[in-house]
Design a protein around this ligand. Structure first.
Ligand code: ADP
Ligand code: MG
Length: 240
């Protein structure tokens, strides 16, 4: 489902990704962790073509992403992304936020798009918030709207970049819970998070990125109970 080979990315002289490779089967869940500035966001932004890479190859759901990302629209329906900041349109209701992409990209009619949007809001337990504007919703609700919006495109892969980092602590669980639901439904997921309890329960594999390189990659039990590298141990100690 995802095949990234030897990805590199530099901003001017600053090498941010120094040869990152990741291969994922359908329905696999990978949690990506690492210190701030290690390249986690850059890596997943390269995966869905939000960022052009400097080198290496990317295939997602059978599409080879061109180096210049010129064919990024081939991926648009295959890869959904959820950000730390929810990036909802403030002047549109929850329902309208969900209807935009299906109408523009999949050319659905108004009614069809509204039905799809409503079904996704229900899936996120937000049916009663369809007519609310983002500013009228809690952070946890906004993030669930953002997840619902991504799901409206029926993605095969979902990328999450610290989806709970901007939330008040009491809202973290409601977002993690819907992500657990999605993982049970067999969605392929890459999740950047510092929620190590979540990683332990949901990840098939935990990947630790440091200084633009994958330092450690292991199943959750091995990763947390027997990390092989000093840098992984330091990181786990710091966030514990
Ligand atoms: P992480 O998500 O792991 O915190 P990032 O991928 O955001 O790390 O950033 C990795 C490094 O790349 C950081 O040193 C950051 O300053 C740098 N960086 C990220 N985006 C840009 C950009 N658009 N221009 C220049 N440097 C950037
Ligand atoms: Mg980041």
């Amino acid at each position: 489902m995802i095949q990234a080979d030897n990805l590199t990315k530099s901003y001017g002289p600053h090498a941010v990704l120094k040869g990152v490779s990741l291969s994922m089967k359908a329905s696999e869940r990978v949690v990506l962790c690492g210190p701030s500035g290690s390249g986690k966001s850059t890596f997943i932004r390269c995966l869905n073509g939000l960022e052009t890479r400097s080198g290496g190859d990317i295939r997602i759901a059978g599409h080879a992403l061109a180096r210049d990302c010129s064919n990024v629209l081939d991926l648009a329906g295959e890869v959904g992304m959820v950000f730390q900041q929810f990036n909802l349109f403030p002047h549109k209701t929850a329902l309208e936020n969900l209807m935009l992409a299906p109408r523009r990209v999949h050319r659905l009619g108004r009614r069809e798009a509204a039905e799809l949007a409503m079904a996704m809001l229900e899936r996120m337990r937000l049916a009663d918030k369809a007519a609310s504007y983002p500013g009228q919703l809690s952070g946890g609700q906004q993030q669930r709207v953002a997840i619902a919006r991504a799901l409206c495109m029926s993605p095969k892969v979902m990328l999450f970049d610290e989806p709970t980092s901007a939330l008040d602590p009491e809202m973290v669980k409601e977002v993690l819970d819907v992500m657990i639901d999605l993982s049970r439904e067999g969605l392929t997921m890459v999740i950047v998070t510092h929620e190590m309890g979540f990683a332990r329960n949901v990840a098939d594999r935990v990947v630790f990125l440091d200084g633009g390189r994958i330092v450690e990659s292991a199943g959750p039990q091995a990763f947390f109970e027997n990390p092989q590298h000093a840098r992984t141990r330091d990181f786990l100690r710091q966030i514990a």
